[in-house]
Design a protein around this ligand. Structure first.
Ligand SMILES: Nc1ncnc2c1ncn2[C@@H]1O[C@H](COP(=O)(O)OP(=O)(O)O)[C@@H](O)[C@H]1O
Ligand SMILES: [Mg+2]
Length: 359
């Protein structure tokens, strides 16, 4: 549905490119999220797709149509690209009613009045604003205004919707509710969506796939589950949740020599430089407990701190060599600072990582 090949973008006068060789393919009906820290090039990538920025080079295809390419000789203007857009600022026109706001793109295209009215009603139904159709847009709450912006983007029936942090101006509770609604809505109409956010949880909850960006580059792409449980880069492991990253000095079969001693891995990777484990995957037992005899990757340690947070407990375990590991355990377990413990790093939860690409 959308294909981006080797996209580079440098702003006039900038010391270095903001988008560095991004290639990405989005399937029809897919919900794909561009995720990464502030300033990593998400908006620049999205605006290039929309035709609001002119890339240095690369190719962008929407459906079967080349919209940017041929060394810049092909550059279809924004209004001629068949895409819908929703931004962080709702850009609702205050002097217009809800239905006038939503009808605006159809008015621009000179859609016959009756057809326009039918389509506006239809999308207002979808976003649950039919009752407020004649209300002035300024009398709406933030969440309702954002729904107007979404309805206005839906009304053109473009096959692709671009959304840039559309929920970040809403308060936490509304944001969570709108997340679920938005995904359900786009799935129902079968739209292909490219969604930009810097919020990891939002990306995990909304997306079919996540494209993780850093410093203008695409670091890795995967399903939420795949990226969280089996990231392949240090950046991927640490940006999408907490992870303890352990340096690997050598491997032999499924055994790796690491900073904290030899470890058994369930998966190895050529060029393996690090392994990582999530705090919730680290098992912790008091040293005085018997435990199972055949546990692999067991290491003795001492609890440096125990922090109870209601849902769970955060433990900091200091291993014999002085290396500290953060572990997360059930809130009901009895632990105290100074306890002698045994940690276990289950081979299946040790994530083998490549070195990150050069900046
Ligand atoms: N119009 C612009 N002119 C010059 N530099 C820009 C412009 N817009 C963004 N940048 C720079 O490009 C980089 C990527 O920005 P952006 O795409 O907005 O990142 P994100 O959306 O991931 O926060 C940043 O370093 C930013 O300062
Ligand atoms: Mg941005």
């Amino acid at each position: 549905m959308l294909n981006i090949e080797e996209l580079w973008l440098t702003y006039p006068g900038a010391a270095q490119p903001s988008v560095k060789g991004i290639s990405l393919r989005v399937e029809p009906g897919e919900f794909l999220t561009l995720l990464g820290p502030s300033g990593c090039g998400k908006t620049s990538t999205l605006r290039s797709i929309a035709g609001l920025e002119t890339p240095d080079s690369g190719r962008i295809t929407i459906g079967d149509t080349l919209v940017f390419g041929d060394g810049g000789r092909c550059n279809v203007p924004t209004h001629a690209r068949d895409i819908a857009m929703v931004f962080q600022s709702y850009a609702i026109w205050p002097h217009m009613s809800v239905s006038q706001n939503v009808a605006f793109p159809l008015d621009v295209m000179k859609t016959p009045r009756q057809q326009s009215r039918r389509r506006v009603d239809e999308v207002l139904d979808m976003v649950g604003l039919r009752e407020l159709a004649s209300r002035s847009a300024t009398q709406l709450s933030g969440g309702q205004q954002q729904r107007v912006a979404i309805a206005r983007a839906l009304v053109r029936r473009s096959p692709v919707m671009l959304l840039d942090e559309p929920l970040s101006n809403l308060d936490a509770k509304l944001r969570e509710q709108m997340r679920v609604e938005l995904r359900a809505l786009l799935k129902r109409v079968g739209m292909t969506a490219i969604y930009v956010t810097h919020d990891q949880e939002e990306a995990l909850m909304l997306s079919d796939r996540i494209a993780l960006m850093n410093g203008g580059r695409l670091i890795e792409v995967g399903t939420p589950r795949g990226l969280y449980l089996e990231p392949t880069t240090v950046f991927g492991a640490t940006f999408l949740g907490a992870a303890e990253v352990i340096a690997v000095t050598g491997t032999a079969g499924n055994r790796a020599d690491t900073d904290i001693g030899p470890l058994e891995l369930a998966r190895v990777r050529p060029g393996l430089a690090h392994v990582a484990i999530r705090p919730e995957a680290i098992l912790v037992e008091l040293a005085t407990q018997d435990g199972t005899a055949d546990g692999t990757n067991r290491l003795p340690g001492q609890l440096a701190s125990v922090v109870f947070s209601g849902r769970q407990q955060q433990l900091v375990v200091e291993l014999a060599g002085g290396r500290r590991l953060n572990a997360q355990v059930d809130a009901t377990r009895q632990f105290a600072p100074g306890d002698q413990v045994r940690v276990e790093l289950p081979p299946a939860r040790l994530m083998p990582l490549h070195p990150d690409p050069a900046p």
